[in-house]
Design a protein around this ligand. Structure first.
Ligand code: SF4
Ligand code: SF4
Length: 232
């Protein structure tokens, strides 16, 4: 019949519209406002009814663990940047980055650059970055830098809300902006962090075992020498 398809389509829309309010009523009004998060998660899952779109920015989906956006540098300094005790110098000092330059070399669009720090007394270069920059307008979020870093120092962030009113300096992230704590990394990528911690423990254990083996052999050699000397 002419117009039946249109009516069917509209009825689907109407059903979603009514389901949306039914869901809100059930999860939010009957269970209190605390249930809003539960209702939101349910609506995004296979059992969701009603409106499927996310009411961004009031509602936000948690990105999956492997989501990649702009890289950041890991520091073992755990004070949060918005805390009054935060010391940016200390945060920089405790970054894992050795300024080896591998990430800058492998970066396909060449949007990383850094300046190696030097010893204030001798003037000799040290394994730290004095400056480190990423141009976020050029970064293509490929994750190569994080993949190739030999020191687990640079990681891919989940923070995608980087819009700015200033498009020159605001989009060049410097050391202060790039440095984030290990606990932040663990919060966004717990599986990755656990794997890396386990791998580091295995490597340290192997190093310790080799050192013990070397010391044992050296001790054996040292005790064997006087005996040989007596025999001759
Ligand atoms: S590869 Fe890692 S350690 Fe080397 S400069 Fe880049 S972030 Fe620093
Ligand atoms: S994610 Fe890719 S493009 Fe962005 S800084 Fe790392 S290597 Fe370069």
């Amino acid at each position: 019949m002419f117009g039946l398809g249109v009516l069917k389509g509209l009825s689907v829309t109407l059903k979603h519209f009514i389901d949306t309010y039914g869901d809100d009523f059930k999860y939010v009004y009957f269970k209190g406002t605390e249930a809003r998060k539960e209702a939101f998660l349910r609506r995004q899952g296979p059992e969701g009814r009603g409106l499927f779109t996310v009411q961004y920015p009031e509602e936000k989906l948690t990105p999956p663990e492997n989501f990649r956006f702009i890289p950041f540098l890991l520091t073992d300094y755990e004070v949060l940047p918005n805390s009054p005790d935060y010391n940016p110098q200390e945060a920089r000092e405790q970054t894992r980055c050795t300024s080896c330059g591998i990430c800058a070399k492998v970066c396909p669009p060449q949007c990383i650059w850094m300046v190696r720090a030097s010893d204030p007394i001798t003037g000799k270069p040290v394994s730290k970055s004095a400056e480190f920059y990423i141009d976020i307008d050029i970064c293509m979020n490929c994750g190569y830098c994080a993949e190739f870093c030999p020191f687990d120092s640079i990681k891919m962030d989940h923070d995608y809300e980087l819009a700015d009113y200033e498009r020159q300096n605001g989009h060049i992230h410097d050391l202060k902006r790039l440095t984030k704590s290990v606990s932040y990394y663990n919060a966004i990528r717990p599986t990755w962090n656990a794997k890396e911690v386990a791998a580091r423990q295995v490597a340290e254990e192997e190093k310790r075992r080799k050192e013990e083996e070397r010391q044992r052999k050296a001790a054996e050699k040292a005790t064997a020498k006087p005996i040989k000397a007596k025999e001759s």
